[in-house]
Design a protein around this ligand. Structure first.
Ligand code: ZN
Length: 343
């Protein structure tokens, strides 16, 4: 069988250009990210003047990535921006320039091997009109699968009605909206405790999703395809308690609008590092709504890709492993391609 038929589709990988535009020439802001090239293969990301993370050419080199994909049986990587570049709280002019530059970079990277890469673009969410314009460009001109956004837009929540036009456009275009936490916006307490990665990021995703599920936003936006990073973080475990919370407030609360019922509209990746946690995500979102994700090429990554899918467990059927490994992502890609090409 060909790689197309047997290979994994990794929905959750990141990239960053080896050079970002100098955004201070657009609008001064102290937290703009930049990339400082140290050699052909090494670089570091800075936030303002502060070093943030060392990176290497796996972040920007298609051949380097393909070598790793071939070694791990990955047919396709879906490449998304690095969360430090979201800048949803930045001045809009610079954020729009940064999003457009990142999308041009992702388009160039994926065009080197279009059968091996798809992209999720960047959008300047703080201004709905700008976000919709860049989303349309991603879907209709650049051929992306969707976009990636943060768990909060500055101080605003994803369920805020201000974002309804953006999510309506995403639904119309078949765009997958990948919701990913960023460590830069976490409560400083988590860094003091030494658990921003282990507890902070999954809690942030769980809280953002809990807000979405109780805000009425998913009832207003029934067709949007929202995918939560890291299995939805703490959300799968929170759902029964969120249901109980709604029923305490209103014993007659409509059962079909309880958070656990609305969560069936959501998607998540598989990045849980644990087969029991993966099974809970599958139970909460549904067999067809969980997709392989690894966080390649960062330290958090599942290695080899799809390791959790190979763990023995009698409740994780071969059909479900295949759907998570590739089938569900391919179905989403078909949906995006059909809708984004409508006149
Ligand atoms: Zn990630």
């Amino acid at each position: 069988m060909s790689r197309e038929e047997t290979g994994l589709v990794d929905l959750h990988t990141h990239a960053i250009a080896p050079k970002l535009p100098d955004l201070n020439t657009v609008t001064p802001w102290e937290h703009w990210p930049s990339v400082e090239r140290l050699s052909n293969t090494q670089a570091r990301v800075l936030v303002g003047n502060t070093p943030y993370r060392s990176i290497d050419d796996r972040c920007w080199s298609a051949p380097r990535r393909v070598d790793d994909m071939d070694a791990e049986g990955v047919a396709v990587q879906v490449v998304s921006p690095t969360p430090i570049t979201f800048c949803h709280d930045a001045p809009i002019d610079g954020a729009a320039v940064l999003a457009a530059a990142q999308n041009d970079f992702l388009a160039e990277l994926t065009s080197q091997q279009p059968d091996r890469f798809r992209a999720l673009g960047a959008v300047p969410m703080q201004e709905s009109g700008c976000a919709v314009a860049e989303l349309r460009r991603c879907m209709t001109e650049l051929g992306f699968l969707g976009v990636e956004i943060g768990t909060q837009i500055g101080d605003r929540e994803l369920g805020d009605p201000e974002f309804d036009p953006f999510f309506a456009a995403a639904a119309e275009l078949g765009a997958l909206v990948f919701v990913h936490p960023s460590d830069i916006t976490l409560d400083p307490r988590l860094a003091r405790l030494g658990v921003p990665f282990g507890a902070g990021l999954p809690s942030e995703t769980g809280i953002a999703a809990a807000g979405l599920l109780t805000s009425g936003a998913l009832t207003r936006r029934p067709k949007v395809r929202l995918c939560l990073a890291h299995g939805g973080g703490t959300l799968p475990w929170l759902l029964p308690r969120l249901d109980q919370g709604e029923l305490i407030k209103d014993p007659d609360f409509p059962r079909e609008q309880l958070p656990s019922a609305l969560a069936r509209q959501l998607y998540s990746d598989s990045l849980t590092y644990d087969v029991e946690s993966l099974l809970l995500a599958v139970r909460r979102y549904g067999d067809e709504h969980v997709l392989l994700g690894t966080d390649y090429p960062f330290a958090a990554r599942e290695s080899p890709a799809g390791a959790v899918l190979r763990e023995p467990h009698d409740q994780l059927t071969n059909e479900c492993r295949a759907a998570i490994g590739a089938g569900n992502a391919r179905a989403l890609a078909r949906h995006a391609d059909e809708l984004s090409r409508l006149p």
